[in-house]
Design a protein around this ligand. Structure first.
Ligand code: ADP
Ligand code: ZN
Length: 213
């Protein structure tokens, strides 16, 4: 599959991407995961990105395009890719369009995961993430078997630094201002698949039907 997953923070992009990778071996490419790994490592990229992320603001487009320009060339993308958290701005979407045209790669759809704002807020404040493998948990609906320990890799399960109430509210504002316009962009491109994302299983079904896998 070659898809973009669009949707507010907490809409379930990461969860859906992980479910889809299991179907046909496509890779999940999450710019958020790449950036968090860079911050943890303390690399040049991480140093540049950290303050933006903590505040819930977007990392500059040039940095993101440098990352993605390289990432999409890697071998594992040949099996397909699920873009999770990218593109996030109109300039990123335009740069991606150019990049894919250059590489001769065609997208199958930009999937818009629609979720009511109350659900988003509830999900984000109760979400926990494994520091090591990125597995996603929820303290209410899907806690790890041992509190604070990842079922999959034994890593530490934590609340992300940008999941304080203040940063969450900032991320939602940034989403509404800068990322929501991508829905119109992909509608014009004839690529939009709009889905009700209250259930991740239903989203996966709708995508399978749409792309025929
Ligand atoms: P969520 O979708 O839950 O908000 P992500 O893990 O996708 O979180 O992203 C976390 C943070 O990483 C964002 O708030 C932003 O600072 C940065 N980030 C991730 N992807 C991008 C992107 N495509 N463009 C700019 N900043 C990004
Ligand atoms: Zn883990």
């Amino acid at each position: 599959m070659r898809l973009i997953l669009l949707g507010a923070p907490g809409a379930g992009k990461g969860t859906v991407a992980k479910m889809l990778t299991a179907i046909d071996g496509s890779v999940q490419i999450s710019t958020g995961d790449i950036l968090r790994a860079a911050v943890k490592e303390g690399s040049e990229l991480g140093k540049k990105a950290e303050s933006y992320m903590k505040a819930g603001e977007l990392v500059p487009d040039e940095l993101i395009m440098d990352i993605m320009g390289e990432r999409l060339l890697e071998d594992d993308c040949k099996a397909g890719f699920l873009l999770d958290g990218f593109p996030r701005t109109i300039p990123q979407a335009e740069a991606l369009k150019e990049l894919l045209a250059k590489l001769g790669i065609e997208l199958q759809a930009a999937v818009n995961l629609n979720v009511p704002r109350e659900v988003i807020l509830d999900r984000l404040t109760t979400r926990r993430t494994c520091e090591d493998c990125g597995a996603i948990y929820n303290v209410k609906s899907n806690p790890p078997k041992v509190e604070g320990v990842c079922d999959k890799c034994g890593g530490k399960v934590v609340q992300r630094a940008d999941e304080t109430e203040e940063a969450i509210s900032k991320r939602l504002d940034v989403f509404n201002e800068q990322t929501a316009p991508l829905v119109g962009f992909y509608e014009k491109e004839g690529l939009l698949l709009d889905v009700n994302a209250t259930s991740s299983d239903a989203v996966v079904e709708a995508i399978r039907k749409h792309v025929g896998v």
